[in-house]
Structure formats: structure tokens, C-alpha cells
Design a protein around this ligand. Structure first.
Ligand code: NI
Length: 177
């Protein structure tokens, strides 16, 4: 089901999500949340989404998108991925900057520093533990979505609030594509 996006300003978005417990894996309840996440992300044209953004306080996130994504046309596609109970194990010293947006903060973008790569440990939908290194835009999305699970939004990661702008205006100015 397509869910409403919990917008910034609603206290629920600031909650720290609970881990998914072992007995929840493969349950109808968890499978429904997973399906809702992917459906809602697609409907709102997100590149990533956290369960907290659809009003579910559980540590689940999804991301991925096809070619020519309307919100991030300059990015190469990323296959759909689901992470349950994700944890950043190691991260690069190297920090990279990119304009980020968020479905919970519509129509604005800001320049956000993130680790260039991260190694993440998580569980897939079957409960299997996975550990992988991700870099670039994918690593950025994962960091952004894990922040959501901790009730954090990207402006709190920005070191120059003067870069915050309206998406359409930033495009018009040639600052983003
Ligand atoms: Ni977001």
C-alpha cells in the first residue's frame, strides 16, 4: 500500500526506531511493511526511504532506482535493496559533498558531507546477516536513511546552511541538475 510520508515537523519522525526482532522475520507484518516501503518510495519517486517515514518505528530501510530518475537524473541507477537492522561497521576518512533532498522535507536541497564509503552490516528480508562495502551515491543514501532510523534529518549534517535552497531555484541557477 502507498503510505503517507511523515513530514518534518511531525514528532514521530524524530523517534529512534526499534530493531526488528528475530521472531518478526518472514512474518506477514514485516513483509507488509517491506512491500509498503518499496511501493511508497516508488510512488513518491524517492531514491531511498526509511520505515520511520511511513510511520513505522522499526529499523528497516529501502533504496534503489532506475535510469533517468526524475529527482536525481545525474546519478547512475542502483538496484533495489532492503536493509534490516543496518549498522555502519567502518567508514572512510574521505568526506564527499553532494546536494541531498528528502521526501520528508519536500522541495528543498542542501549540500551534505558524507563518508565516501561505508561498510554496512545488516539483515536481509530472510534474516540473513550480510556485510558489504558501499561507496558513492549508494553509500550516501544508506547514511541518509540510517540517520532517519535515528530520528535525524540531513540539515543537521550540513556544515554550511547557506547552501540550503529550493530545488527548482537551485536548478534554475544551475547549481544542481
Ligand atoms: Ni530522507
Amino acid at each position: 500500500m502507498i503510505k503517507h510520508i511523515v513530514l518534518a515537523g511531525i514528532p514521530q519522525l524524530r523517534e529512534i526506531a526499534e530493531p526488528v526482532s528475530a521472531d518478526m522475520f518472514q512474518s506477514v507484518a514485516l513483509n507488509t511493511i517491506i512491500a509498503d516501503l518499496f511501493e511508497t518510495m516508488k510512488a513518491y519517486k524517492g531514491v531511498g526511504i526509511a520505515a520511520t517515514q511511513i510511520g513505522v518505528s522499526l529499523r528497516v530501510l529501502a533504496y534503489g532506482f532506475d535510469f533517468n530518475h526524475p529527482r536525481y537524473p545525474e546519478q547512475d541507477p542502483i538496484p533495489l535493496c532492503l536493509m534490516i537492522n543496518p549498522e555502519i561497521i567502518t567508514k572512510s576518512k574521505e568526506i564527499v559533498y553532494l546536494f541531498e533532498g528528502c521526501l520528508s522535507l519536500p522541495e528543498v536541497r542542501g549540500l551534505v558531507p558524507r563518508h565516501e564509503w561505508i561498510e554496512v552490516k545488516y539483515q536481509n528480508e530472510h534474516g540473513q546477516v550480510m556485510q558489504k562495502r558501499h561507496s558513492g551515491f549508494e553509500a550516501r543514501i544508506i547514511q541518509h536513511e540510517i540517520d532517519h532510523l535515528d530520528g535525524k534529518l540531513y540539515p543537521e549534517r550540513m556544515d554550511n546552511m547557506r547552501t540550503l535552497g529550493i530545488t527548482a531555484a537551485l536548478r534554475e541557477s544551475g547549481i544542481i541538475r
